[in-house]
Ligand binder design. Sequence first.
Ligand code: SF4
Ligand code: FES
Length: 245
Amino acid sequence: MVQYEATKVEPEMSVLEMLDVLNEKLISQGEEPIAFDSDCREGICGTCGMMINGIAHGPQRGTTVCQLQIRNFRDGDPLRLEPWQDRAFPVIKDVVVNRASLDRIIQAGGFISAQTGSVPEANSVQVPKTNADQAMDAAACIGCGACVAACPNGSASLFTAAKISHLALMPQGQPERSRRVISMVADMDQEGFGNCTMHRECEAVCPKEISVRFIVQMNREYLRASFKEREIIIPAIAQPSAAGV
Ligand code: SF4
Ligand code: FES
């Protein structure tokens, strides 16, 4: 750990803006700047995550690091910044980690096969309002990895469940529904993420406040798929599942 003194910090700055100012100072002094990740800086890309004083994304609920303002801390408070710590997220430098393991879970099944071409007429596929609302809640996941970092088991169940549930609730997600859950859960296990034992730490730190009820839905989806896709499930169940089924 290295200790820096951040000066010229305003209450309305975000933590990332504080790091920008600090890095400018370090560069002007000929020192190496602190490496951190960011892109959108408006809470939608999921790249900026880090532990702040032991809490994923810091102390403000439902907030990403890029939107966490300095006014949430007292003047002179020490901020202990650490990278996500999980074997599936190798540290690249300082607070930057490689979250490609989450991308690979998506590649395993987080997509639909649909005809390309012009946009279909909006009312041609009817979606019940409750399904649309729940799918929207699940789709809010930004893939930041805070759920993994906060979980004592290092489980990616909340992330995976959000992606599976989002597509399972929509008509467009039906053709691959069973194969998707089996494939994504199998990849989640292969990546080295732990099992979910419902500590609910993931839900507490998720900046998009994704509910653990999606993990319940993922487990139901997995059970349903195990009957529908028996020829695929038989090799898959030879290993214990992160979905806990
Ligand atoms: S479920 Fe929440 S904490 Fe986990 S990756 Fe998605 S947005 Fe981040
Ligand atoms: S920089 Fe995109 S969510 Fe923080």
